[in-house]
Design a protein around this ligand. Sequence first.
Ligand code: GDP
Ligand code: IMO
Ligand code: MG
Length: 427
Amino acid sequence: MPGIALVGTQWGDEGKGKVTDLLAEKTDLVVRYQGGNNAGHTIVVEGERYALHLVPTGILYPHCVPVIGPGVVVNPSVLIEELENLSSRGIDTTRLLLSGNAHLIMPYHLELDRVTERRLGKNRLGTTKRGIGPAYADKATRIGLRVQDLLDPKIFSAKLEVALKEKNLFLTRVYGRLPMDQAEIEDAYLGFAETLAPHISDTDTVIHQALDADKTVLFEGAQATMLDLDHGTYPFVTSSNPVAGGACAGAGVGPLDIQRIIGISKAYCTRVGSGPFPSEADPADGEILVEAGQEYGTTTGRKRRCGWFDAVAGRFAARLNTLTEVVITKLDVLSAFEKIKVCVAYEFEGQRHEHMPPNQTIFNKCKPVYEELPGWSQDITGARETEDLPKEARAYLELLEELLATPISWVSVGPSRDEIVRLREMS
Ligand code: GDP
Ligand code: IMO
Ligand code: MG
């Protein structure tokens, strides 16, 4: 007690990093439970910007233990580089714990991610090309290599041989690429093992002991509900389960270990990569959102597609994750508009859908039904109390709260730690 899960409710980049960082101030452990370095979580502390991809956000507080759980896929060279970068900026990284059961992203996963996307052509997913899908696929077909294999060169070599035989057939025969060399991969990975060995631990036990000792454990989601492999806009999704339920399997806790589930939503919507996006804005409004919100990917630098708040997806996320509360981020970005749209339902062949349509044909072709609200057209980045927000902004938040049927705890009005309005204390 208490376990807290923090999840994205849209298509990612909702500002999970900023909110996790705020909560980490009063947290003992921050645990990543899924995804890999496809994530990009930006935190701004006293004008310094940190972009975290694999390392849990708690790393920035000396009292907090950051944990990479078994459900994460780990590219060891990226992890080492990220740790070195943080160290060079004066952050103590020795506390990081890495589950021995987490799977490794291998060089052939990166190559397969690239060539698969190329082969798909106009049907490509727009992945981050970080090898995430191929690494999870190998985990499911049980030819993955795990972090603990790094500690036993013989086992590592034997497992690599099995996997590489298959991968090289694929790479050479299907994709016309050169085969990869076992000795080269082994050398590199056993080198990484030396650096990572002090971090590798039995994270299940560490998390259980913390919960049993009444410490606060925050499960930090990457990606988001609409990118969930089982519940998102398949196939335009990531290959893991970012939903709150995923925290149980990915970190190694039971559902009753989590008492609070916080959903993070932007005050509008964005998505990177391909796939349906019913409330995508017209190009002119989209461009305003891109510029005002600086909507460029933290990981790939790609321009994000922008749209209006989607209450249908929001309601779906609230139910699917059993959210106990919501944090709305980037409300300040909407100051750029005189009128603000909210997608309250979808319409398909004359029928109104207030809940997520049951099949992809409807979701792909539906049109958004918008409600329009007056904007506030003034800078709100200085707001710290509810009363500091213009009445139009408060009306907007009230509408979102009603549509989501979930209380809004905090509202973020800028990227920095202090740019937050606490409407109510978190439950
Ligand atoms: P995450 O992946 O969910 O952690 O989100 P990202 O870090 O990828 O993207 C969110 C971006 O918005 C980052 O650049 C943050 O610094 C920034 N940000 C977070 N909250 C706010 C906010 O309330 N207002 C503004 N203007 N920017 C914000
Ligand atoms: P954070 O944690 C936004 C998207 C990719 C692509 C799809 C599949 O920063 O919110 P993948 O590389 O995972 O196989 O790509 O998922 N995607 C994200 N979009 N934020 C993310 O992470 C994302 N991680 C993956 O753009 O559409
Ligand atoms: Mg991000």
